[in-house]
Structures are given as structure tokens and as C-alpha cells.
Design a protein around this ligand. Structure first.
Ligand SMILES: C[S@@+](CC[C@H](N)C(=O)[O-])C[C@H]1O[C@@H](n2cnc3c(N)ncnc32)[C@H](O)[C@@H]1O
Length: 219
């Protein structure tokens, strides 16, 4: 492991705002986010596959009346957002290191108000369809985590993945679906507060348009 990576792994070991295997809260956090971490009953917003956590940190700064949790399996990426949240004194942002498909171990039914999926790995239709974060098996998990009025947001540069996601969501059953295939030229861009993730910046510079959708699950 490189020196930078090992420093970051040490940081997330020590940072109070990272929950990961081996720390006491990891085993008991399900249903206890408000009491144990945030110390308030405010709505919980989760960013899945958060990478360096641009949305988690950016939204936490803009919305102190909500609580934000960035989830990713890669500790060195989470370390970046975790350090920024600490440096900026954000008490309403934290990070959970785990696999998205294990989220049910960490959230009760209806515990979450919003989910953001930001630039997920698109995975190929042939070999990786079940690993797509908008595959039906993931949607089942999100539907349980979200409260009945909860919102799902998806942002991606990958149009085939976006088309797949629209189709999967429509077949699964959603309400109030809004979407655009060119976010920056859309009035929906107002909902993004100028926050760009690392992958968003990379793909925008390559000339890709940004696809965005939001919806609620049918109950
Ligand atoms: C393409 S990157 C996007 C990162 C960030 N959201 C951005 O837009 O810059 C995808 C991220 O999802 C994470 N990831 C992929 N599959 C995951 C899974 N099943 N559980 C947890 N994290 C996952 C990866 O570790 C990676 O950080």
C-alpha cells in the first residue's frame, strides 16, 4: 500500500465521523443515527458510492437542518470527505464504510429521507447488470430504507446506464419522476447548488452531458 493511502486509512481509523468495521458504533448504528451520531431528529440524507463525498460535504454545508451520511467501500476516498467535514466543523456529515448492498444492516425501514446516487460505476449489461446500483435488487433495499415520501436522486454521465435506470425504475414502480439528459441546460440544475463530484468534473471536461433523475417509490 502506498504511503498516502496508509495515511488515509489511519485517518479514518481515528476520525470520529467515520463508521467502519472494528469501531464500536458499526455494530449498533442501525436505527440509532439520530441519537448516537447527530444528536438531533433531523432528516437523514444518504449518498451511495460517495467516493470523496462532494455531495455529502457540500449539501451538509448548505443544509444544516438535515443530516448527511456518505457511503463507500473505499476507505481512502472516504478519508478525503471525512477530513473536509471535520476541517469545516460540520456536525451534520459523517461517513459509513460498507458495501451499498449491505445497507439494510445499517438502516431501519423508513429511517432515510433522501438517497443520492452520484456517478455509480455503470457495469456492463452482460457481466455486471446485478452490480448496477439501479438494479432491482438495489431498488428493493432503497425502497425499504426510504420513508414513504422519500426521494431518490441519480446523477450519471453514462446515457445507456441512465436509460437502463429509467426503465428499471418505471418497471419497479415510481411516482413523480423528473429527469433530464442535459442537467446544466435544465431548470432542474437549480437543485444541484453548483455541487460537482470528482467524476462529474472528469466527464464534463471530456464533453459528456450530465443525466439526472429524481423520483419516489410507489407504495
Ligand atoms: C465512479 S465512482 C464515483 C464516486 C463519486 N460519487 C463521484 O461522483 O466522484 C463510484 C464509487 O462507488 C463506490 N462503489 C461502487 N460499488 C460500490 C458498492 N457496491 N458499495 C459501496 N461502494 C461502492 C466505489 O468505491 C467508488 O468510490
Amino acid at each position: 500500500m502506498g504511503r498516502k493511502k496508509s495515511i488515509r486509512f489511519k485517518e479514518i481509523e481515528e476520525n470520529y465521523n467515520v463508521i467502519q468495521d472494528g469501531k464500536p458504533l458499526f455494530e449498533i448504528i442501525k436505527g440509532n443515527w439520530s441519537q448516537e451520531i447527530f444528536k438531533n431528529p433531523n432528516p437523514i440524507v444518504v449518498e451511495l458510492g460517495c467516493g470523496k463525498g462532494e455531495y455529502t460535504v457540500g449539501l451538509a454545508k448548505l443544509f444544516p437542518e438535515k443530516n448527511f451520511i456518505g457511503i463507500d467501500i473505499k476507505g481512502d476516498r472516504i478519508a478525503v470527505g471525512s477530513n473536509q467535514a471535520i476541517e469545516q466543523g460540520l456536525k451534520n456529515a459523517c461517513f459509513l464504510r460498507t458495501k451499498v448492498h449491505d445497507s439494510e444492516n445499517f438502516f431501519l425501514e423508513n429511517e432515510v429521507s433522501e438517497i443520492w446516487i452520484t456517478f455509480p460505476d455503470p457495469h456492463s449489461l452482460q457481466s455486471g447488470i446485478k452490480r448496477r446500483m439501479t438494479n432491482e435488487r438495489f431498488l428493493e433495499i432503497y425502497k425499504k430504507m426510504l420513508n414513504p415520501n422519500g426521494l431518490l436522486h441519480l446523477k450519471t454521465d453514462n446515457e445507456p446506464f441512465f436509460d437502463y435506470s429509467l426503465e428499471t425504475l418505471n418497471n419497479f414502480g415510481v411516482n413523480n419522476l423528473q429527469f433530464t439528459k442535459d442537467l446544466y441546460q435544465s431548470e432542474l440544475n437549480n437543485l444541484h447548488f453548483g455541487i460537482k463530484t470528482r467524476f462529474e468534473t472528469i466527464f464534463t471536461e471530456k464533453g459528456f452531458k450530465i443525466n439526472y433523475l429524481s423520483c419516489q417509490f410507489e407504495h
